[in-house]
Design a protein around this ligand. Structure first.
Ligand code: BG6
Ligand code: MG
Length: 222
């Protein structure tokens, strides 16, 4: 039963690397430049959403309507702020436990993929020096629909040649957990169990945990 799992699919922001805070602070700066504030509580709602989908949520807090024709320019501005905020990223900046966890999975012949809504995923993986650890990468440049749509995880399963029920997704966002469940994979939440309560199991991080332990626990209840 346990060797039914052939692949692990990882969200990038907030699972592999601690970039979530930089996405949010970039939205805060953009809003300030436009003359309004966004509430801290928006952070959780924005996690996992595509760039334009996030912008739409941010602009709901603006007192005046923003014509759709201005959205691409504003999204590009947010991305410029974001890129300058993450310019320090380099090898070694993966979240605690990530490299050991990926190596543990690979050593057992388990396939690895990225399933991220970010259009910056590939350059970030390059900066971190971990592109080659993955058998497939699906990101915001390969997809047109933002999480919670399952498109990015469908893409990862297809690229790896596995069916969704042979894969486990690792996600820090509610929208990502919904996307994985719609795709039909098992899903491990990384973060707060009260927030990520739809996941099949929730971990605080990938530190000090073996792939086999996760598969064993998930399969026990499958
Ligand atoms: C997701 C992040 O991974 O990527 C979101 O959780 C972000 O916050 C989305 O909006 C799109 O990212 P990017 O880098 O294409 O703007
Ligand atoms: Mg994420």
């Amino acid at each position: 039963m346990e060797n039914k799992i052939k692949a692990l699919i990882f969200d990038l922001d907030g699972v592999i690397v601690d970039t979530t805070q930089f996405h949010f602070t970039s939205w805060v700066v953009l809003a300030k430049e436009l003359g309004f504030d966004i509430p801290m509580s928006l952070d959780e709602d924005l996690k996992g959403l595509g760039r334009i989908e996030s912008l739409q949520k941010v602009l709901k807090h603006r007192a005046i309507d923003t014509p759709e024709a201005e959205w691409p320019k504003l999204a590009e501005r947010k991305n410029d702020i974001y890129l300058s905020n993450i310019s320090h990223l380099s090898v070694g900046d993966t979240l605690p436990g990530v490299i050991d966890f990926l190596a543990d999975a690979s050593s057992q012949g388990i396939l690895l993929a990225i399933g991220s809504g970010s259009k910056n995923a590939r350059p970030i993986l390059e900066k971190l020096g971990i592109t080659d650890m993955f058998n497939a990468i699906c990101d915001g440049t390969d997809t047109t629909r933002s999480k919670p749509d399952p498109e990015v995880f469908d893409c990862a399963c297809r690229e790896l040649g596995v069916s969704p029920d042979e894969a486990i997704v690792f996600e820090d966002a509610i929208s990502g957990i919904d996307a994985a469940l719609s795709c039909g994979t098992l899903v491990v939440g990384i973060g707060d169990p009260d927030v990520l309560n739809k996941a099949d199991m929730v971990l605080s991080s990938l530190e000090n945990i073996k792939v086999g332990e996760i598969i064993h626990e998930l399969m026990e209840f499958a």
